[in-house]
Design a protein around this ligand. Structure first.
Ligand code: PEP
Ligand code: MN
Length: 339
């Protein structure tokens, strides 16, 4: 349930309600909006004396949260959540559409720095690059690991771009946290609950990718795991789902974007690279995603896609990226956004 405070409630009055909620054995999650504060209360409501809460000073009302995901739900927060990424002032979830671009994998220092400068010059918001790669085959390139993280950190130093990189297991989170600005949870790990709890304990924002066979409800419940573990800064990313279609690598359901905006206050990104699997489909789907209301894009860019070690077919080159950014600015403007 949610305790809705009246506008103008003081910190002491809010704290008083929190103390009562804790006395009833519930977990409190205060959400401070521009207009009013609400306190989401999670746990067994049977022991709660609703009258005591309703009568507390400056409490306006108590309402149940109907969605199975609680803190991720629009019911607890009407306003969209804007999340800072890195320390350079970039955010996701505001008017500006965040463009996170870079190679699928960090392959070498030269490769990453070249792509980092190219995407920066074209107007990217942040740099992506996997140091650990979740590969279908155990014999495929698995990533440069900590060396890759050090190269990403150097690219951040040179370009000022925030770094987005993937953590694949809970015991990796501590190390990746030392380098990354945003922790990425890959599609295969969307329901890896100990990992979700581990990134939930981090102070860094988490970019959570939708599992290719997961429903929207399962996706939002995965986000709820992270928030419930203490980290409210979850960015959702649609990256395509499995269907009967074989022409594309995955099917990219852009209806998810406006639907997620209905269901949750969290920012929504789209990854047209994995969502299509083909470089020529990436720019049009980037434009479509922004038109549909995406708060950000995750795009694989490689300086020499033909020779990319991973995901060669779907990485676009810096020239294509730069040309696409020009079109993207016009689409963004048409839907009252900025790039
Ligand atoms: C990635 O973005 O690097 C990646 C591996 O994507 P996904 O987890 O969506 O397959
Ligand atoms: Mn990839």
């Amino acid at each position: 349930m949610i305790v809705v405070m009246k506008p103008g409630a003081t910190n002491d009055q809010i704290q008083h309600v929190i103390d009562l909620v804790r006395e009833f054995g519930l977990k409190d999650h205060p959400i401070y909006g521009t207009d009013r504060t609400v306190i989401a209360c999670i746990g067994d409501k049977r022991a709660v004396d609703k009258g005591a809460l309703e009568n507390a000073p400056m409490v306006e009302k108590i309402v149940p949260i109907l969605a199975p995901y609680k803190m991720a739900s629009r019911e607890v927060r009407q306003e969209r959540t804007e999340i800072p990424i890195g320390s350079g002032g970039a955010t996701i979830g505001g008017v500006k559409v965040a463009v996170v671009a870079g190679p699928c994998a960090v392959e070498s220092r030269d490769q990453l720095l070249e792509v980092a400068h190219a995407v920066k010059n074209a107007g990217a918001t942040a740099l992506r690059g996997g140091a650990w790669k979740p590969r279908t085959s155990p014999y495929a390139f698995q990533g440069m690991h900590e060396k890759g993280l050090k190269i990403l950190a150097e690219a951040r130093e040179q370009t000022g771009l925030a770094i987005v990189t993937e953590a694949m297991s809970a015991d990796m989170v501590g190390l990746i946290d030392q380098y990354a600005d945003v922790l990425q949870i890959g599609a295969r790990n969307m329901q890896h609950y100990p990992l979700l709890e581990a990134v939930g304990k981090s102070k860094k924002p988490v970019l959570l990718k939708r599992g290719p066979s997961s429903t929207i409800e399962e996706f939002l419940l995965a986000a709820e795991y992270i928030i419930n573990a203490g980290n409210p800064n979850v960015i959702l990313c649609e990256r395509g789902i499995r269907t009967f279609e074989t022409y594309v690598r995955y099917t990219l359901p852009l209806t998810v974007v406006p639907e997620l905006h209905e269901q949750t206050h969290l920012p929504v990104m789209v990854d047209p690279s994995h969502g299509t699997g083909h470089a020529h489909l990436v720019p049009p789907m980037c434009l479509a995603a922004v038109a549909a209301g995406a708060d950000g894009l995750l795009i694989e860019v490689h300086h020499d896609p033909e020779h990319a070690v991973t995901d060669a077919a779907q990485q676009i080159d810096p020239r294509t990226f730069s040309a696409m950014m020009k079109h993207l600015r016009r689409v963004a403007e048409a839907v009252d956004r900025e790039i």
